[in-house]
Every structure is written in structure tokens, then in C-alpha cells.
Design a protein around this ligand. Sequence first.
Ligand SMILES: Nc1ncnc2c1ncn2[C@@H]1O[C@H](COP(=O)(O)OP(=O)(O)OP(=O)(O)O)[C@@H](O)[C@H]1O
Ligand SMILES: [Mg+2]
Length: 270
Amino acid sequence: MDTHFNYPEPRDLRVNDPSAHEGIVLQGLSKSFGTKKVLDQCDLLINKGETLVVIGRSGEGKSVLLKSIVRLLDVDEGRVWVEGAEINEMSLRPLMQLRRKFGFLFQGAALFDSMTICKNIGLMLEEHTDWPPEKIRERACACLTMVGLHQVEDKLPSALSGGMKKRAGLARAIVMDPEYILYDEPTTGLDPITSDAINDLIIKGKQELGVTSIVVTHDMPSAFKIADRIAMLNGGKIVFTGTVDEVRSTDHPMVRQFIEGSSQGPLETF
Ligand SMILES: Nc1ncnc2c1ncn2[C@@H]1O[C@H](COP(=O)(O)OP(=O)(O)OP(=O)(O)O)[C@@H](O)[C@H]1O
Ligand SMILES: [Mg+2]
């Protein structure tokens, strides 16, 4: 199998002046764990108001990339700008301030096991507002309703199914009305109907509230439905970016193999 091919690097990964960009700019991000280099001089641009979907094989570093955007994980090299502010050198206080603009849906939901769903979802409001408990509860329940969860607010996470936990994680990500939402596999493990409702929620956030979203997913029907642009991460770099139509029609062998879900092609299987 010929795994060597030349394909031009995407042209929309960089801007000349990141400090003047309205959205998010990642430049030259590298991150290793031990001897494994996960991100390797990775560049990416997220325009304000768009939904960017990141695809890529398991273990390629999609979650690492997402976490590095809000410095939940520190990179070894490279820089991240959010609305013109570089976050790598930022001290804790402005970083916390900036993080309040973000909602994060973690891959494994990451709910606190010992707290009720309502408490989990309301935590950020408790910390960052002076709202009374009833108002926080009301907002938490409204977010649960948005993700199709009813009467679970007083339950512990252990009483919820995997898909319900994922949706509770999503309710937590939107509770502060964030300007940016980072979704790590929002529809994985959900039935197709619930997945589509989550897709609609992502689209609605963009259309009605102007939310900027970065969505990591393997779920191509969802990607095609929600994306303004799709970026593929491979070998530590973004190897392709394009609109849904461009992805559907590209002859880029890695992208073709990925969207066709084929074991044959430049992406090696185990
Ligand atoms: N905290 C960590 N410590 C050590 N290695 C890590 C850590 N986080 C990620 N890795 C490694 O970095 C690589 C990329 O992980 P990451 O979770 O970003 O992959 P992914 O693309 O999100 O995969 P998946 O689709 O399976 O979620 C993996 O090899 C993983 O083992
Ligand atoms: Mg992941």
C-alpha cells in the first residue's frame, strides 16, 4: 500500500496577525507524552460564529487539541490566541475570566459522582454568580430540558445511563450561556434520534445566539449536518480543511478513507 502521497497543506490554517483575529488561533502547537508526539506543530483557525468539526482517528490527539484551547492542558510548544489575547502566558485570573466564555463538554461527561445532577450543572453558577439557589436550580432544570432530560436533577450521575450522562454534561456546558462551546464527541453513544436532537441544539446555538463551536466527532452524519468547516487531524497536524461539500467531493485519500470508514488506504489499521 502506498502511504506516501503529496497533498497541499490547507491554506486556511494561519493568519498574519493572530492578535487581530476575532476568533481562536492555534499556531505551532506541539505536545508529547513521554516519547509519543501527539501534536506536532499543529495550526488551526476557528472563526468567530462558525461551527468547526474536527475529525481524526482515535488517539490522534483531538481531545488534547480541545483541552489545549483553554489550557486545561499545557502544550510543550506553540501559542493559542482567543479574541486576540494570547493565553499561554496569561496569569490565572485573566485565564479564569476568559474560561467563563467557554462551555466544555468532556468526552466522558466528567460529572462529579457524589453530587446530584442539579448540583453538577449549577456549580459554575454557584461559583461565578450571586444567584440564589432557587434561580440556579431553575436554570439547571431549564438546561436539562433543552437536552431532553426530565426529572433527573436530584439523581446522582450513577443513576443515569451513559447517554443521559453525556446529555447532562452538555447541559453543564451550556449553563453559563457561553460564547464558545467545545464539544468532545457530543453524540457518541447516543441513539440516532437523540443525536439528531443534539445536532439541532448545536445548530440553534449558532443561529440564535451566535455561539462559536468546535466539535470533535467521529460521527460523520452529524459532522455533515452541523459543520461550517471540517478539519482533519492526522499525524499531529491538520491535514485537511474544507466545507461539507468540499469534504464530500475531495479526493484527499485520508479524508476519503475516513469518511468511507474503510480499512484500506493511507491510514493504517492495527
Ligand atoms: N494526560 C495524558 N497522559 C498521557 N498520555 C495522554 C494524556 N492525554 C492524552 N494522552 C495520549 O495522547 C494521545 C492522544 O489522546 P487523545 O485523547 O487526544 O486522542 P483522541 O484523538 O481524542 O482519541 P479518541 O478518539 O479515542 O477520543 C493518546 O495516545 C493518549 O494516550
Ligand atoms: Mg478523544
